[in-house]
Design a protein around this ligand. Structure first.
Ligand code: FUB
Length: 432
């Protein structure tokens, strides 16, 4: 169903399937609700699915405040996997020069959170990066903005451009404006990009093909024309998942504001000669791979052990990994006094209801906790006392706690007031 992710404004989707993993992963930039300018963009989200219509929002995985060299414009991104490390490849304006740089951030898990390791040396005005690792493991970087597109080979550690390989692909990419993405199909390299037909907005999606990642490229044509409700920009990625090809892109179908965008997905079909058939985005979008339904949900999954790196914080609590069976990086523990707790960030693009669940372990007995959303204490349904009881359990269990009235923007969920013996794996917010 389109928009694919109607719960949080996100754009510039970069889709990947990682080795040995059954899921499809989307790395996307984040638009702030209520603004209509790209200047306010300052973070990224990761989404995953194993059926194409039910998606998990893994929350805010990198923020401008966590990037020491950058001052603004956390714009389009890509991701890569190399030697056991997941890379978020993003762009931001460098404080020292005012120039767009291509940043690298790493994680040991595909959902992040990501830790910045600096920008790629030798890439100037590196807006809208795409990192393509070829079958022989050679890494290539593509970037582009303002009507230009360039590419180069990267050093093996991905930290620098190999200067003598930098090429200006602009003359080979008709109407190119920004946002390159590279995929491979039947031995050919496909460079897809947003472009301005006759230099006029809005953007169309075009592609070109080559026998080598660095070209020369031959223009292939338009594969997503301008459509009703388009955001002005478009930007996307193309991927095969479980035997089917998909084109991810964005629209303004939720907000009707060009800079509050929502992710979209449509089927992509090749002709026998390798050319791509035009896509006309529709609300049905793509179907569930298991059930055949076009309906889906978005569930927010917040790993309590990394709350402090995803927009929340620990208040006297801390992450731990001793107890087996946790799902992400670990769990949060140390709720041993009244004031101790954990806060997680829930981002939503509209005012809406969500159902809050928690996965926890409480081996020493029932635990009574307080839950506060945006500084308001919540009560269990039908109860007058604002305390939630987590029943004793010797192993991890998930229970639903209450309904949340989320507001558009940032929501702080604080969970506190324990009396010991509690470990929290994750918080989950499902559609109500
Ligand atoms: O999302 C911010 C900017 O808008 C991207 O960097 C461009 O590709 C366009 O989608």
């Amino acid at each position: 169903m389109n928009p694919l992710i109607p719960t949080v404004f996100s754009a510039d989707p970069s889709a990947h399937v990682w080795p040995g993993d059954d899921r499809i992963w989307l790395y996307a930039s984040h638009d702030e609700p209520g603004t209509n300018t790209h200047d306010t963009m300052q973070s990224y989200h990761v989404f995953s699915s194993d059926d194409m219509t039910n998606w998990t929002d893994h929350g805010r995985v990198l923020h401008l405040d966590q990037v020491s060299w950058a001052s603004s414009h956390m714009w389009a991104i890509d991701a890569a996997y190399r030697d056991g490390v997941y890379y978020l490849v993003y762009c931001a304006v460098e404080s020292a020069t005012g120039m767009f740089r291509t940043g690298l951030a790493t994680s040991d898990q595909p959902q992040g959170p990501f830790t910045d390791i600096g920008f790629i040396e030798g890439v100037e005005w590196g807006q809208d990066p795409a990192l393509f690792i070829d079958d022989d493991s050679t890494p290539y970087l593509f970037w582009g903005a303002g009507g230009h597109c360039s590419a180069c080979r990267l050093t093996d550690d991905l930290r620098a451009a190999v200067p003598e390989t930098i090429v200006d692909l602009t003359p080979q990419l008709k109407w190119v404006f920004e946002g390159p993405f590279v995929h491979k199909y039947n031995g050919k390299y496909y460079l897809s990009y947003p472009g301005l037909f006759e230099d006029k907005w809005p953007e169309h999606m075009y592609y070109a093909t080559a026998d080598h990642p660095l070209g020369p490229y031959t223009f292939g044509g338009e594969y997503i024309p301008v459509f009703s409700g388009q955001a002005g920009t478009n930007h996307g990625s193309i991927i095969e998942y479980k035997g089917q090809w998909y084109a991810f892109h964005h629209s303004m179908w939720v907000s009707h504001m060009s800079e509050c965008r929502s992710l979209m997905c449509d089927y992509l079909t090749y002709n026998a000669d390798g050319s791509i058939q035009p896509i006309y985005p529709c609300t049905i979008g793509v179907f569930n791979l298991k059930t055949g339904s076009d309906k889906g949900t978005v569930t927010i999954l917040l790993d309590a052990s990394v709350a402090d790196r995803t927009g929340g914080k620990f208040s006297g609590t801390h992450p731990a990994t001793q107890r087996d069976g946790y799902t992400g990086h670990g769990y949060c523990t140390g709720f041993d006094r009244n004031e101790k707790g954990v806060t997680v960030l829930i981002q939503s693009c509209i005012d809406r209801l969500g159902r809050l669940s928690i996965r926890y372990c409480a081996p020493d007995g029932d635990v009574r906790m307080k839950v506060m959303l945006n500084h308001v204490l919540l009560a269990p349904a039908g109860a007058s006392e604002r305390l939630f009881t987590l029943p004793q359990c010797n192993d991890w269990q998930e229970i639903e706690l209450c309904t949340l009235a989320l507001k558009a923007g940032d929501n702080a969920l604080r969970f506190y007031c324990g009396d010991g013996g509690l470990d929290v794996d994750y918080f989950q917010v499902s559609e109500a």
